[in-house]
Write a protein that binds this ligand. Sequence first.
Ligand code: 5AD
Ligand code: SF4
Length: 443
Amino acid sequence: MDSKKFTIVTYGCQMNEHDSEKMAGILSDMGYEWTEDKAEADVILFNTCCVREHAEQRVYGNIGMLKPLKQVNPDLIIGVCGCMMQQEGMAQKLAQTFPFVDIIFGTHNLNELPKLIDEAKASKFTVVDIHEQDHEFDESMPIRRASKVSAWVTVMYGCNNFCTYCIVPYVRGREHSRRADDIVNEVKELADQGYKEITLLGQNVNSYGKDSDEKVEFADLLRMLDDIEGVERIRFTTSHPKDLSDNLIYAMRDCKKVCHQLHLPVQSGSTRILRRMNRHYTKEGYLELVEKIKANIPDIALSTDIIVGFPGETDEDFEDTLDVVRRAQYDLAYTFIYSKRSGTPAAKLEDPTPREIKQQRLQRLIDLQTAITREKNQRLNGAVVEVLVEGPSRNGKGQMMGRTAGNKVVNFEGDASLIGKLVDVLITEPSTWFLNGRLMNVK
Ligand code: 5AD
Ligand code: SF4
């Protein structure tokens, strides 16, 4: 008999992607095999996101489309989990809207998946199991990683910041740092398995250790990981500007393997709006921080997140955002129109700005950032960059792709034997979203 198969559809951030790797690990341990094809799956999981309304709507649409599969295969188990399910009343609402969903669970009890599947098999009704917060995190969860080269490692869970627009602290709970030893051991194991790049994950990695008695701060953790043999690159995300210490800047500068790349969400350039967002920094403070980082790490690649149209944002506030973008010279910016999340403080604020105006602001912001990204990439024309090869390129030309230390995508002629290797590539054709080049040297 063919083995049973599963698939997972993931929405949202890297944290969610990594949770899906954990659920994939659990299902693999149970004897299920991964499939891309929903039609042949015995278990289909939706790992949801609720950061913006758009992500939620996509989830609804896509779950609705599964009903016919359930009619063909009544034994199919459909599960919905992740951040959206941690919202109050959401699990019940979903179970009512889609009675054919078998299990609903949250972000704090992934490890109960085998039990939930068993219960679902024995029940005609939707099994709902949402936990508030689980400090007894199970370190032994198996992980089925999507890449063989680059691995995510969680350093902390949750968020204590309560930015007024953000739902994350409500669905992911309070900050909880993993023990430094556990992180170091996981990275050592990954190095032994041949992983070359480690990306450390947390909603705000800069507050790593503040909830623990270990007296290891994030900069110390980077220094500990920098010594691990076999790892070539270390990245991390996300950094809150209010908590980014000088010590971290020095660690980034001094550690051999820590990439000179930083995701530093500004959210808005207006001090007035930043206060209303509860971000705890000003426009000037942020720009000074950027200057300090650039002074210490001149080749830093900076990226950011920006929300346009926060309630009460005026043209003047928005001009401040454009000003910060011009001055910070980001390599990349993720830009969003504000999305009202019920239960957050910002949801109670007056929001008189018409949608068209927000859309126009977003377009101006995207145009400005695109020009900056394009110009920065143009400057790499003729340069030789170090690339960690990840796998086949998606450009359809049979090429390989990898990334620079600054996280820019590079495509070049090469074969699969290069996967996982560091190579030098001469950039011959830079464009806005990727760089094309010629392989010069394998390290
Ligand atoms: N509306 C729009 N964007 C949001 N983000 C978080 N909450 C919202 C919201 N309510 C953005 C922030 C954050 C990124 C992950 O998503 O910019 O950094
Ligand atoms: Fe949300 Fe702010 Fe926490 Fe980031 S730092 S997850 S934006 S509350």
